[in-house]
Design a protein around this ligand. Structure first.
Ligand SMILES: [Zn+2]
Ligand SMILES: [Zn+2]
Length: 343
C-alpha cells in the first residue's frame, strides 16, 4: 500500500506501468461543506461510470468518503477529474495495486447523512475548520514539547497494542466517548497547551480537531494521514520512530507491527502478547488478545463456556444460536468479564 499527496506525471506513469492491466484500488476522504450532495453524487456517478470505476462512495453534507478501484490505464483521467473538483484537488490518495481485481463489483455512489458513523450530531460546528496538519518530522518535534498534550483518538482495543510514547489513550469504546473525556480532562488548558492528536489513517482527527476548535481549544494539531502515513514517512526519510508496538488495522491482519515493542498482555494469562483474535465460538466472536499457549489450552476460545459450545457439532451450535439474532454482538469489542486481564 502506498499513499500519495500529489503525484507527479512521472510517478503516475510508473504506477500505471507497474499495474499493467490491473486495477488500482484507491481510497480517500475529505471533509467539506457540500450544499447539495445529490448533485455531486450524480456528477461523480456519470463521470466515474465512464471511466469504469467500481466501488462504494458515500457523499454527505459533511464531505466524501470513497473506496474504489479504477483500471490503471484510466488513472490519469480519473486523477485529472478529481483535481477539477475544488475540494478534491490534491486530496491524499491511498493507492494499492489489486491483484485479484475483485475488490468491487459495482459502482455505488450513495448520499448519506454522514461519511463516517461517528455518533456526533452537532451540526453547529464547521467540519472544515480543522487543526493544523503535521507530517512525521514536525509531529516528532511537537510531541517532545512540554506544552504538548498528545491524544490517541482511537478506541481502547486499538491503542492497547500500540500507541505513541506519552500519548493519552482514553479507555473508551467509541470515538464519541473519547471526545467528551478529553474535553473534560483538558478543560483548563484550552488556551495554553498544544493539543496534538492522531488516529489510524487521519479521518477521525479531521472531525475531532474541528470539534475541539469549536469547543474553544486554541492550538490544535493533527497527524496527517495518521499512523499509516507516519510510518511510511519515517521509513522513507529514516526518521526516529516514536510509535510503540502495532498499528491496529481493520482487515484480517488486525495489526501491523511498527516497532518490536510488545506493550499489551494476553487477556487470559497476563503474559506479554499483542495478538488479537476472535473467539472461535461463532456465537461469541469476542475480539481479545490471546497468546499461543492460551489459544491451545482454550481451543481458541475466550471462556470455558465458549469452549463447550465450540466443541459441539456444527448443527447443534446453529440450533443454539437460533432466535438470538445479533448474538455475536452481545459482547463489546475487546471487553468481557470472563477475561482475567481485561475487564
Ligand atoms: Zn496467555
Ligand atoms: Zn467466547
Amino acid at each position: 500500500m502506498q499513499l500519495y499527496n500529489t503525484l507527479s506525471a512521472k510517478e503516475r506513469e510508473a504506477l500505471i506501468e507497474e499495474a499493467g492491466k490491473e486495477r488500482l484500488t484507491i481510497s480517500f476522504y475529505q471533509y467539506a461543506r457540500i450544499g447539495n450532495p445529490q448533485i455531486l453524487r450524480n456528477h461523480l456517478f456519470l463521470a466515474w461510470n465512464d471511466m469504469e470505476v467500481l466501488g462504494r462512495i458515500y457523499v454527505a453534507h459533511e464531505g466524501i468518503n470513497a473506496q474504489l478501484s479504477v483500471p490503471a490505464e484510466n488513472f490519469n483521467v480519473f486523477k485529472e477529474h478529481l483535481d477539477s473538483i475544488v475540494f478534491l484537488e490534491n486530496v491524499r490518495l491511498n493507492i494499492a495495486i489489486e491483484q485479484d481485481n475483485k475488490s468491487f463489483l459495482k459502482l455505488k455512489v450513495k448520499v448519506r447523512d454522514k461519511i463516517v458513523a461517528d455518533g456526533l450530531n452537532d451540526d453547529t460546528f464547521d467540519v472544515t475548520n480543522k487543526g493544523i496538519h503535521v507530517g512525521a518530522e514536525q509531529f516528532n518535534e511537537l510531541i517532545e514539547d512540554e506544552n504538548t498534550v498528545l491524544v490517541d483518538m482511537r478506541n481502547h482495543y486499538e491503542s492497547e497494542i500500540g500507541h505513541f510514547k506519552n500519548a493519552i489513550t482514553p479507555d473508551v469504546d467509541t470515538f464519541r466517548d473519547s471526545l467528551d473525556i478529553i474535553e473534560q480532562d483538558l478543560a483548563e488548558h484550552k488556551e495554553d497547551k498544544k493539543l496534538v492528536m492522531y488516529c489510524t489513517g487521519g479521518i477521525r482527527c479531521e472531525k475531532a480537531s474541528a470539534y475541539y476548535k469549536h469547543k474553544g481549544f486554541k492550538n490544535v494539531y493533527q497527524l496527517e494521514g495518521g499512523i499509516i502515513e507516519y510510518t511510511r514517512q519515517v521509513r522513507e526519510k529514516q526518521l526516529e520512530n516514536k510509535f510503540l508496538g502495532k498499528n491496529f488495522v481493520f482487515d484480517h491482519r488486525r495489526g501491523e507491527r511498527i516497532s518490536e515493542d510488545v506493550i499489551a498482555h494476553c487477556h487470559q494469562c497476563g503474559k506479554p502478547c499483542d495478538t488479537h483474535v476472535n473467539c472461535a465460538n461463532e456465537a461469541c466472536h469476542l475480539l481479545f488478545i490471546q497468546c499461543e499457549e492460551c489459544a491451545e489450552k482454550m481451543n481458541n476460545c475466550c471462556s470455558v463456556d465458549c469452549m463447550e459450545v465450540h466443541a459441539l457439532p456444527y448443527e447443534e451450535q446453529k440450533e443454539l444460536r437460533k432466535g438470538k439474532g445479533a448474538s455475536n454482538k452481545i459482547f463489546k469489542k475487546g471487553r468481557s468479564p470472563v477475561l482475567k486481564y481485561k475487564k
